[in-house]
Design a protein around this ligand. Structure first.
Ligand code: N01
Length: 491
């Protein structure tokens, strides 16, 4: 039996899943993509300066290594081209339905299948794989008066390219990774730029480098060079960056690196004080950028730390008065902790996923949820990283799901046991205890109640090991086998 698979999203996750199905000769899948093309976050984020702060030799599929990256940290257009190239090379396009949003999915117990509702109608599938990512829904703040603003206003992930910023007064609200990338570009052209900072971030330099024709030739032709480089980048992240997040040997090193970077790039002690975080390094996502601080020292840029009270027609009002603006950019991040929202996902017994997750999203290995048979998640709860490439995690998850498919064929719909979920939850909670993310800071890694719903607390090597193959004993199967006896009705 070849399962009929619905994949939701055509970003890194959805494309990876589709490619592995193709490689296994399973063409009975459909990728639903709400956007106009493939690429996910790399299609959405087109703000000036958008790029990756993980080296792309690692931030790409291990099975589709690309020797032609033009820089160590390529920009968004190059990453998007890579993803489009993958869709073309593996012949995925005919199976991708663009401009088609999944609004709901419900498990039909009598059929043992998922009824997937899209903006184009209803369809039945054996398996649903969610590949919607964690950073796909822009978060707009709830500041009084936002709709009263006279000028153009947009979110960093919905950049309005028709607005000319040359010579204008621009307000950027937020100072996370997106803001840090776009601020230097905006500062170059704006007449004046106000950066509204609520919480300073730790910033370390981005050691970017151009890969010229010779380097690219070497990556293409010198045996094992590309593989060795990728491995080196991976090992550095695992062995140096991860310990800094886990209270290990490199914590102090990372802090000193960030403070040194601040000292080197910001000579003004007052500005430096504003930019110095008051919480441990790594508690929030560390910004990796070499152009951010220099941009903040420009004469046409102010870092505003006075609290925003409201938006008025002429600009941004703060506790210290009005900051006039012609354009407001909301670099205010994403709604990260509701995961599959706003899709309505209904499992066995009419259970609603949103209700199951009201205390905080969770999934066994970040992949499977009790009471939701044959639903698999990519980049699900507790699989985000603060130190390494998320593409690595996605590949682990896809391999795991591929490992589940033969069980579905022989034993029917599979559903993770609540006991397995409880054991997983306990081990996760234990592992979280030592992580710096707990150290009294706000971040998008946590839900409103402060529960760390987004990050994986281990190394990626550990994650790869524990997701190498599904353990059938962690699941209920709808059909009996001689080895296991009946399981239906024993839930
Ligand atoms: O979003 P963020 P982002 N009033 O959530 C502020 C990935 N990424 O889009 O810190 C005033 O980090 C908020 O303030 P505070 C990466 O994983 C990767 O920048 O909460 N300010 C903060 O400054 C990253 O972590 C790359 O006090 C408000 C900012 O908005 C993730 O995406 C590149 C506010 C939000 O920062 C998200 O980054 C870019 C309010 N009401 C992004 N509400 C790569 O290179 C929010 N803020 C791979």
């Amino acid at each position: 039996m070849r399962p009929n698979v619905a994949i939701i999203g055509a970003g890194f996750g959805g494309l990876c899943m589709a490619i592995q199905l193709e490689k296994a000769g399973i063409r009975s899948y459909t990728v639903f993509e709400k956007g106009v093309d493939v690429g996910g976050t790399w299609r959405d984020n087109t703000y000036p300066g958008a790029g990756c702060d993980i080296p792309s030799h690692l931030y790409s599929f291990s099975f589709e290594r690309y020797s032609s990256w033009t820089r160590r940290y390529p920009g968004q257009p190059e990453i998007l081209r890579y993803l489009e190239g993958c869709a073309d090379k593996y012949g995925l396009r005919s199976r991708i339905r663009l401009n088609t949003m999944v609004v709901a999915a419900a498990f039909d117990e009598s059929l043992g299948r998922w009824r997937v509702r899209t903006t184009a109608g209803d369809e039945l599938f054996d398996v649903v794989v969610s590949a919607v990512g964690q950073l796909n829904r822009p978060h707009l703040p709830n500041i009084p008066g936002m709709s009263s603003f006279n000028g153009a206003a947009f979110h960093s992930a919905r950049w309005n390219h028709s607005v000319d910023l040359a010579g204008r007064r621009v307000a950027v609200i937020g100072n996370g990774s997106s803001a840090a990338q776009l601020i230097p570009k905006v500062a170059e052209v704006a007449g004046h730029l106000d950066v509204f900072q609520r919480t300073p971030n730790w910033v370390i330099p981005k050691p970017d480098a151009v890969f010229g024709p010779r380097a690219r030739m070497a990556f293409r032709h010198v045996p094992f060079l590309q593989r060795a480089y990728r491995e080196w980048v991976y090992r550095y992240a695992e062995n140096t960056l991860y310990p800094a997040l886990a209270g290990g040997w490199s914590t102090d090193l990372l802090r000193k690196r960030a403070l040194g970077h601040l000292r080197e790039q910001v000579p003004d002690p007052l500005l430096r004080a504003k930019l110095t975080p008051g919480y441990p390094v790594g508690c929030r996502r560390v910004v990796i950028d070499s152009g951010f601080y220099p941009a903040l020292t420009r004469p046409n840029v102010d870092v505003v730390t006075d609290g925003i009270t409201r938006i008025v027609p002429g600009g941004v009002e703060t506790t210290a008065g009005l900051r006039e603006a012609d354009v407001i950019v909301y670099a205010t991040g994403f709604d990260t902790s509701d995961f599959l929202a706003p899709m309505q996902v209904t499992g066995r017994g009419g259970r609603q996923l949103a209700e199951e997750w009201k205390g905080g999203a969770e999934a066994y290995l970040g992949i499977a949820v009790p009471h939701f048979p044959n639903l698999f998640l990519l980049y699900g709860p507790n699989t985000n990283l603060g130190h390494n490439s998320i593409v690595f995690m996605i590949e682990c998850q896809v391999r795991y799901i591929m490992g589940c498919l033969p069980y579905l064929a022989s034993r029917g719909p599979m559903e993770v046991r609540p006991e397995a979920m409880a054991t997983w939850r306990r081990s996760l909670d234990r592992a979280m205890e030592g992580m710096v993310w707990q150290a009294g800071c706000t971040s998008w890694y946590k839900n409103a109640a402060g529960r760390l719903t987004n990050n994986w607390p281990g190394t990626t090597t550990t994650y790869r090991r524990i997701t190498r193959a599904p353990r059938p004993e962690a699941f209920h199967f709808a059909r009996r086998t001689a080895a296991t006896g009946p399981v239906t009705g024993n839930r």
